[in-house]
Write a protein that binds this ligand. Structure first.
Ligand code: GTP
Ligand code: MG
Length: 202
């Protein structure tokens, strides 16, 4: 299964700017530079759909992409970059919280760089997702940067801070497209279930 069609819809800050609701949407959140935009590009087979950058914290906007004409991918602004002024951080917080609180039917993917132990901000993000009772899944990114041994060791370190079972998380390399098929299937399954339930409700 592969995503065939994808297009940029719009950037938004406030809920009133979000595009008209279509159905379920999948959002990607995580610290700046973790690979959110790269992952979206990899999933959609597009090199430059979502803008990627070596300079962290470039975008402070929520970017909406329409996938296969019926679902949205949402690229959320990254957190955790040191060099921004306090006001920007506050705005970021407002933008994210507005999104999390919004009435959208959402599934959130929280991205962690496999090479790093989750930061305090990562842990805070997790608590936010729990607090707002949002369905979320963890994706470990940049898996190509570690050998199998290193991966094993790193997972052990991460598990000291974060409780999860391996079935609950995804591993991804946007560089090599590792994990792409699994994540794509997962997304399509969610969409199918969502549409079925919606049919029942109507
Ligand atoms: P912000 O938009 O600043 O929040 O960052 P982001 O999370 O969207 O990260 P982005 O996709 O722009 O990637 C940041 C950098 O990491 C870029 O230089 C990417 O090429 C690199 N990168 C992303 N994913 C991978 C990966 O799976 N493997 C490797 N080796 N590099 C990656
Ligand atoms: Mg990005």
């Amino acid at each position: 299964m592969e995503i065939k069609k994808s297009e940029f819809v719009k950037s938004a800050v406030y809920e009133r700017d979000y595009p008209e609701k279509k159905g379920i949407e999948f959002s990607f959140i995580g610290r700046s530079n973790v690979g959110k935009s790269s992952l979206i590009n990899s999933l959609t087979n597009r090199r430059n759909l979502a803008r990627t950058s070596k300079t962290p914290g470039r975008t402070q906007l929520i970017n909406y992409f329409l996938i296969d004409d019926n679902i949205y991918f949402v690229d959320l602004p990254g957190y955790g970059f040191a060099k921004v002024p306090e006001t920007v951080k506050k705005n970021w917080g407002n933008t994210i919280e507005t999104y999390l609180k919004s009435e959208r039917d959402k599934v959130v993917f929280l991205l962690f760089d496999l090479r790093r132990v989750p930061s305090n901000e990562d842990m805070e993000m997790l608590r936010w997702l729990e607090y707002y009772d949002i369905e979320y899944y963890i994706i470990f990114t940049k898996t190509d940067k570690l050998s199998n041994n290193e991966k094993f060791r790193q997972m052990k370190e991460i598990k000291k801070k974060l409780e999860f079972s391996s079935e609950d998380v995804f591993f991804y390399s946007a560089l090599k497209n590792t994990g792409k098929e699994e994540l794509t299937e997962f997304i399509y399954e969610k969409v199918m279930k969502y549409n079925k339930n919606k049919g029942k409700k109507e």
